[in-house]
Design a protein around this ligand. Structure first.
Ligand code: SRM
Ligand code: SF4
Length: 581
């Protein structure tokens, strides 16, 4: 363990350089703790294969060190060439899979230290960056995914790229370490396309926005377009919700202070949904974002990282105080937030018109893992489609993938490739399967307490069995799982969720909603995985018995239960019976 805290490491890092360069060239299997903290800002996490940990320890061997590399894709957009380069890198330098993340990014797992520089350099050469994909900065900006070509979605995508550029760290450390010292000016279009969100260094170590210590903690921004909350906007530190009139975006309602991380049993940590702050014109969005981020930079907690997210600052000081602080940094007045109505957090899957005569095809990916498995060769299918047709790709925060700009005449040929490779047709899946999501978890995540991505398909098989027994196969119920309480698959606003507590054990939560606007409550502190089907059966039997005709599980729960006014920390830590209204 390092003797320094993260604030000291950042302050002494020479704009995020530390000794990464030296260690990269050294003949060692991994980096030091201080370097590990700084590496995150460069978009990579040092990990070890946890499946091998016990056996290697028993044989007195070092951990099986490896790296996860996270590509930052504002709005989830990438060109076919960028997709293909990620696919190639995953095969040549990673573990042969590509993981779509719950923030529209890509993760390559299993990269060895000796290949790290090549991996990051090649991602950059394709016009995508990993700079700021992790660390105490503004992370990947997510944006509503589809339909593609209507003015609102086009604007959301443009805005994601604008915000991404505005919050890119200006330090040249990244270029110096990973890009063979080539220095490309910020905003220069690389060979890629305007889709890439590409970023390279700027030729300076000054950080006018972040300062020497960067932000107190990670910071997340989302852009949503009602009525589809496909970015789960309320889970973000800062959200912009489009106001569309006569097909045009007039401005954005601003919501602040969402965040899901917590620690089991630590009641001063808890998930929070973002709250309304105001409404701004389209041309005022970036300035507003800078004002919000800099209030968090100046006032956020820098002594306790568990309480350093914006949500705690707003809880401590109050939303009125926060509004005044933001307002004081703006040359225009924040207007009153607009009323917003949501339908769902789901993606639009399958074939659809994109708004300009072309089609898009939304494809469901099991837990976002693009791979070739027995009978289902998703990775080969997608590479073939990207190579043959050159369609651009958009990733979604539900970890699905969209090919777009497809000429209707090309549809049969695309379908043929999908069928030949055994790729699941979304229409063959139950709504529960289409909606469900699990975080990465074991074996790569160093924080996982229980299985997640690897356990979830089997858990859902069993839940689907229960639902079929009860005649509920067509019901849209949002079920999510995470391997620990950090909340990476956003379990705290789902209908039903399982949050890892220990091997084979999950905290069991119920009561979020299909629109992402309500938080769950704890039902059972520790539920063994084998008991999940019976526990869910009990819950759904009550639903079948008490629901009004046609009522969704979300609406039924909202009508019959009170999870407590949120944020109410106890509701996530104490197994209190929920009040029945
Ligand atoms: Fe996350 C940490 C994976 C989205 C909250 N998250 C981690 C790490 C890096 C573990 C670590 O710190 O060592 C995980 C790496 C696992 C691996 O092996 O790949 C990890 N988080 C992920 C991804 C890949 C999950 C996935 O299944 O896709 C998502 C990457 C998104 C991206 O492209 O940037 C991911 N993480 C989220 C989200 C969801 C979101 O942003 O919409 C959350 C909840 C929202 C929030 O931020 O509050 C989330 N991750 C966390 C936290 C808790 C933060 C907190 O405030 O307490 C941690 C732990 C931490 O930061 O200390 C964490
Ligand atoms: Fe890892 Fe926990 Fe995030 Fe899952 S929720 S990826 S186990 S940190």
């Amino acid at each position: 363990m390092s003797s320094k805290n993260v604030e000291e490491i950042k302050a002494e890092s020479h704009a995020l350089r530390g000794t990464i360069q030296e260690s990269l060239g050294a003949d060692s299997s991994h980096f030091s703790e201080d370097e590990y903290q700084l590496l995150k800002f460069h978009g990579t996490y040092q990990q070890d294969d946890r499946d091998q940990r016990a056996a290697r320890k028993a044989q007195n061997q070092d951990k099986a060190w490896m790296f996860m590399v996270r590509s930052k894709l504002p709005g989830g957009d990438l060109t076919a060439a960028q997709y293909l380069e990620h696919d190639k890198i995953a095969g040549e330098l990673g573990n042969g899979t590509l993981r779509i993340t719950t923030r529209q990014g890509f993760q390559t797992h299993g990269v060895l230290k000796g290949d790290l520089k090549e991996c990051i350099r090649r991602i950059n050469e394709s016009g995508v960056t990993t700079w700021g994909a992790c660390g105490d900065v503004v992370r990947n900006t997510i944006a509503a995914a589809a339909p593609i070509a209507d003015p609102a979605h086009r604007d959301a995508q443009r805005l994601a790229k604008e915000l991404s550029q505005a919050f890119l760290s200006r330090s040249t450390a990244y270029a110096d370490i990973w890009l063979n010292d080539e220095k490309l000016p910020l905003g220069t279009d690389s060979a890629s396309s305007e889709n890439s969100g590409s970023s390279k260094a700027t030729g300076t170590d000054e950080e006018p926005l972040y300062g020497k210590q960067y932000l107190p903690r990670k910071f997340k921004i989302a852009i949503a377009i009602p009525p589809r909350n496909d970015v789960d906007v309320y889970a973000n530190d800062l959200g912009f919700i489009a106001r569309v009139e006569a097909g045009e975006v007039k401005g954005y309602t601003v919501v602040v202070g969402g965040g899901f991380g917590m620690t089991h049993g630590k009641q001063d940590t808890y998930p929070v949904l973002a709250k309304p702050l105001g409404y701004v014109g389209r041309d005022q969005v970036t300035e507003t974002a800078v004002a919000v981020v800099t209030v968090q930079r100046d006032f956020g907690n820098r002594t306790d990282r568990k309480r350093a997210r914006l949500k705690y600052l707003i809880d401590e000081k109050g939303i009125e105080w926060f509004r005044q602080e933001v307002q004081a940094r703006l040359p225009f007045a924040l207007q009153a937030p607009k009323e917003i109505r949501w339908d769902t957090v789901s993606d639009i899957l399958g074939w659809h018109q994109q708004g300009d005569g072309k089609l898009f095809c939304g494809l469901w990916i099991q837990e976002g893992r693009i791979q070739d498995a027995e009978g289902v060769r998703t990775r080969s299918a997608f590479a073939k489609i990207a190579r043959k047709f050159g369609f651009p790709v958009r990733l979604t925060t539900n970890c699905n993938l969209i090919f777009y700009n497809i000429d209707p005449a090309q549809k049969p040929a695309v379908d043929k490739i999908l069928v030949e490779h055994g790729v699941q047709r979304p229409e063959d899946l139950t709504p529960v399967r289409q909606l469900g999501q699990a975080c990465v978890g074991l074996p790569t995540c160093g924080l996982a307490l229980a299985e997640s991505e690897r356990a979830f398909p089997d858990v859902l098989d069993k839940i689907e069995g229960v639902m079929a027994d009860l005649g509920l196969s067509e019901e849209p119920i949002l079920i999510r799982m995470t391997g620990c309480p950090n909340g990476c698959a956003r379990p705290y606003n789902a209908d039903i969720s399982f949050v890892g507590r220990g091997p084979g054990k999950y905290a069991f939560y119920v009561g979020g909603s299909l629109t992402g606007e309500r938080l769950v409550g704890l039902q059972q502190k520790s539920l063994p995985v084998a008991e999940i089907p019976n526990r869910v059966r009990e819950l759904l039997e009550e639903f079948v018995r008490d629901r009004y005709q046609g009522e969704t599980f979300s609406d039924y729960w909202g009508r019959t239960h009170v999870n407590g006014p949120s944020p109410k920390p106890e509701q996530f830590h104490i197994e209190a019976p929920l009040q029945v209204s």
